[in-house]
Design a protein around this ligand. Structure first.
Ligand SMILES: [Mg+2]
Length: 291
């Protein structure tokens, strides 16, 4: 379920992630919407905030849903912070949330690795501190170019030595795990290259190494969030600002997926239609959790 061919992902001009695995979404895209929405799963960047700037309408919507007792959770491909750090950022912006309600590519990567490899497996990781901590607390051993698994995550201090070690480990036969496939990530003053760029570099050097992708558009994190909100799939929605990641992941998880146009410009994906397109989460406030 997690296999993905990078050459397809890199064909997308902005956030890469479209693949040929989205057939379920075709079936969901045009169906009639039931009226009731009782649970919400939402992307963060581009929906709740842009960089460090909160999106006021969205903050207001989650405050209203919290007051109404609507269960919600957040899923983000961003792997630079822990769930607790994301929760703290949301709290500062006025969104009532606990760390348990945040699912990110760091914790999901550790969960997926535990399903696939035994404790003690040697791992070389590129990323920020929360990723290393998650890998070590999952029982893996950090290593160099003798690693059996290479984990590629977002790293502001990416350098040539790290790239060389990752490529050498891949040449030695290491499996490649990618926290998230995004090629670009929005920042306060434009865009920044994201993990997909690093994964594309390793794949270009070692075409035989096909990365295992953890984050959206794979449904893994959405499924974890669904288990937490515990509402029926038919009464739960996914909200996101990117079709290739958010909408595809939500539809693969079997829930209606709404595109909100407050983030960076979204890129159409052939064969994937959001279940609804909304300009602001304020438009949804009254509809969610209504008796
Ligand atoms: Mg987003």
């Amino acid at each position: 379920m997690h296999g993905q061919k990078w050459r397809r992902a890199t064909a997308s001009p902005i956030v890469g992630a479209a693949s040929d695995e989205g057939n379920e979404s075709l079936a969901l895209g045009g169906r009639t919407e039931p009226a009731t929405i009782r649970g919400v799963i939402s992307d963060l960047d581009g929906v709740l905030y842009r960089g460090d700037q909160p999106i006021a309408d969205s903050v207001e919507a989650f405050q209203a849903w919290h007051a109404r007792g609507v269960p919600y959770a957040f899923v983000t491909n961003n792997a630079t912070k822990s769930a607790a750090q994301f929760a703290a950022k949301l709290e500062r912006m006025g969104v009532p949330v606990t760390a348990a309600q945040v699912f990110n590519a760091v914790s999901a990567t550790a969960s997926l690795m535990q399903q696939r490899w035994p404790k003690g497996t040697r791992v070389f990781a590129i990323g920020e501190r929360p990723l290393f901590e998650a890998i070590e607390s999952a029982g893996f051993t950090l290593a160099g170019d003798d690693a059996e698994v290479v984990v590629l995550g977002f790293d502001y201090a990416l350098d040539y030595d790290k790239l060389r070690t990752a490529v050498r480990a891949a040449l030695n036969g290491a499996a490649i795990v990618v926290t998230n496939p995004d090629l670009l990530t929005p920042a306060d003053d434009g865009f920044e290259p994201c993990v997909g760029v690093l994964a594309a570099a390793v794949s270009a050097a070692v075409p035989s190494a096909v990365p295992i992708v953890v984050g959206k558009p794979q449904p893994f994190m959405v499924e974890e969030a669904l288990a937490l909100v515990a509402t029926a799939k038919s009464e739960t929605i996914m909200i996101g600002d990117q079709i290739a990641t958010d909408i595809v992941a939500g539809q693969r998880a079997g829930i209606r997926s709404f595109l909100v146009t407050t983030g960076m410009a979204h890129v159409p994906v052939a064969g994937v239609t959001p279940d609804r397109v909304i300009g602001s989460l304020r438009d949804l406030i009254d509809e969610v959790g209504a008796p």
